[in-house]
Design a protein around this ligand. Structure first.
Ligand SMILES: Cc1ncc(COP(=O)(O)O)c(C=O)c1O
Length: 296
């Protein structure tokens, strides 16, 4: 019998752990570490899930893609629905990385970029954020340019991973910086997990820049973190690659029903988003009274 460590990939030791907090009853506490939505899902979601009896069938994602295309003001061929934003990130990096290709990360930021890059045999080049947590765009550009796209091994930067607003600091990526990055010979994965809270998006650039890939989620604004629904907005060529790579039924039927009902009840959910923003502003003022400064 062969040793298991000979069968398992040798590079798995390089993968950082993503350890979810172990909380049995999160609703009994004020839990802030994962940016969950304290208001929960729309009542329409709860009612639709309670009424559904069709759990014994497989369901594809075409209807939800149509609905999301309307919501995001793109075409259905631009949309790939995923098992949370996490799967979007993983699929995008899986689609571009060959062994030893590089990904630029701008820490501190969302940990999944690093994990997904390493899981897909990529290397992570860190470009640390500046003291105010804004992106060091000059160093990102320099790092990308010193890498040679024609080089198959070593320093070939395939993707730049950025969240806007960024987790943990809330900074937005200025549009002028994004436009400069989009001229680079790399895919720009722009994570808009908090788009509904920020109100600004780069989705209008999708038709002009095939190297722009946007990631979004229902976990935050729609309060569906436990149901795992996210989506990618990308040029059709990229979206088709992701469809090839994803499992045929990557998003469960309950999640798709919940996403459908959330989009139907977007106004209700946006009221909760506005309440969250108001609470954030109250926190900012109260923290300032204690001598703390909120960054974004
Ligand atoms: C910036 C960012 N992107 C993506 C995600 C992933 O969200 P989910 O996988 O729940 O859709 C999160 C969750 O915290 C996040 O903060």
């Amino acid at each position: 019998m062969r040793e298991m460590r000979e069968l398992l990939r040798a590079d798995l030791d390089l993968l950082p752990d993503y350890t979810p907090a172990h909380v049995t009853e999160p609703w009994r506490m004020i839990k802030l570490d994962s940016n969950e939505n304290p208001y929960g899902p729309s009542p329409r979601v709860l009612a639709a899930l309670a009424d559904t009896r069709t759990w014994h069938y497989y369901f594809g994602q075409d209807d939800l893609r149509e609905q999301l295309a309307q919501y995001a003001r793109v075409k259905p061929e631009n949309i790939v629905v995923t098992n949370g934003g996490d799967e979007s990130i993983e699929l995008v990096l899986r689609a571009v990385l060959e062994p030893n290709d590089a990904v630029i990360d701008a820490p501190p930021s969302f940990e999944m970029y690093r994990i997904a890059a390493i899981a897909n045999r990529g290397r992570v080049l860190d470009v640390a954020r500046l003291d105010d947590f804004t992106l060091d765009v000059e160093t990102v550009i320099k790092t990308c340019q010193t890498a040679r796209p024609e080089q198959r091994e070593g320093s070939n930067v395939k993707a730049i991973c950025l969240a806007s607003p960024n987790n943990p600091d809330g900074n937005l990526l200025p549009r002028a910086d994004l436009l400069r990055l989009l001229e680079l010979p790399a895919l720009v994965m722009l994570d808009e997990a908090y788009f509904e809270f920020a109100g600004t998006s780069a989705v209008d650039l999708i038709s002009k820049y095939p190297n722009l890939v946007i990631v979004r989620t229902f976990s935050k604004w729609a309060g569906l973190a436990g149901l795992r629904v996210g989506y990618v907005i990308a040029a059709p060529e990229v979206a088709n690659a992701l469809h090839k790579l994803r499992a045929p039924y990557n998003v469960n039927w309950a999640g798709m029903i919940a996403a459908r009902e959330s989009l139907e009840d977007a106004e209700y959910l946006m009221n909760n988003v506005r309440a969250t923003i108001a609470e954030r502003e109250r926190m900012r003022v109260e923290l300032a009274k204690l001598g703390w400064r909120a960054l974004a």
